[in-house]
Each structure stands twice: as structure tokens, then as C-alpha cells.
Design a protein around this ligand. Structure first.
Ligand code: ROI
Length: 161
């Protein structure tokens, strides 16, 4: 069993509903734990709605590319729309961390580039594991943790309907 972390984001449609549905689908792949639910200002073009973001810890037996296939299937099933580069989207599911593996191929970079840079990824990861270490860096020591501008919009039980 591998402990993986999946980033969830949405800023089109009924985002909270879409993310709740996504957590239910992730739960078909293994045991899940959810972070708090956050609202965050867009990274990228500013003339788009705020995002809802969360991270799910998923314990699974799926190999990395098999897991990626499932994530992409769930995105499609959510009616994923992506209007422009770095623009608004219905559902984004990013494979952030896969055990302690480093993976680099044409489909996948793990750990995900955003893991040490994006507050809407780092804060929810810390909800799930306050001691998490990525590429030799303790997440809780990152400067962005002190300066974060995220709003918590629901506790960790938000996805249980
Ligand atoms: N910005 C925020 N706040 N949250 C996201 O999930 C998100 N996802 C993206 C881009 C367009 C980079 N901006 C984002 O893919």
C-alpha cells in the first residue's frame, strides 16, 4: 500500500459539489482522508473566480500511471472544461506525491512542481501530515506557510455529505 496525495481544485460550476463527488470517486481507489476545504485567489489570470482547493490522502495499490489514468477519467466524468491556459476549470486532480518516489516521464512529474510553491497545495498537505517532508524540505518550515492568504471554508469533514 502506497500513501499518495492528490490535489483537488475547481472554480467552475458548483465547486463544492464537484469536489465532494471527486472525493467519493477517489474513495473507490483506496482509503481516503481529506484536508480542510479552502478558497484561494487564482494563480494565473486574475479575471477568473476564486478556486476551491483541498488535498486528499489516498492509500492505494495502483501504480502511478494507473492512478493517473483514474484521475483523468474522474476529471472527464466531471465534465471537465478548461477555457484557457492557467484559466478556469471544472475539476483538476493532480498527483502530488506518491510514497517517497521520484517520477519523471512525459505524463508525470512527481513530486508535483507545485508542492513546495503553492500555498493552496502546501496548507492542505499540512492538515493531513504536519511533519511532511518533500525533497528534503519540511513543508511547515516554508516561508509561504506564515504568509498564506487562504480562507478555510470548511473543516476536514466537508466531503461527507
Ligand atoms: N489557482 C488556485 N488558487 N487554485 C488552483 O487549484 C489553481 N489551479 C490551476 C491554476 C490555473 C494554476 N491556478 C490555480 O491550475
Amino acid at each position: 500500500m502506497i500513501i499518495t496525495y492528490i490535489g483537488l481544485g475547481s472554480n467552475l460550476g458548483d465547486s463544492k459539489e464537484i469536489l465532494t463527488e471527486a472525493v467519493a470517486k477517489l474513495a473507490t481507489l483506496g482509503a481516503v482522508k481529506t484536508s480542510k476545504l479552502y478558497q484561494s485567489p487564482p494563480m494565473g489570470p486574475q479575471d477568473q473566480p476564486d478556486y476551491f482547493n483541498a488535498v486528499v490522502q489516498l492509500s492505494t495499490d495502483l501504480a502511478p500511471l494507473a492512478l493517473l489514468d483514474q484521475l483523468q477519467r474522474f476529471e472527464q466524468e466531471a465534465g471537465r472544461v478548461r477555457l484557457r491556459h492557467w484559466g478556469e476549470r471544472t475539476l483538476d486532480l493532480d498527483l502530488l506525491i506518491y510514497g517517497d518516489q521520484h517520477i519523471q516521464n512525459e505524463r508525470l512529474t512527481v513530486p508535483h512542481v507545485g508542492v513546495l510553491e503553492r500555498e493552496f497545495v502546501v496548507l492542505p498537505l499540512l492538515d493531513l501530515d504536519p511533519h511532511l517532508d518533500v525533497k528534503g524540505q519540511k513543508l511547515q518550515d516554508l516561508a509561504l506557510v506564515q504568509q498564506a492568504s487562504l480562507a478555510v471554508c470548511a473543516d476536514a469533514d466537508w466531503a461527507t455529505l
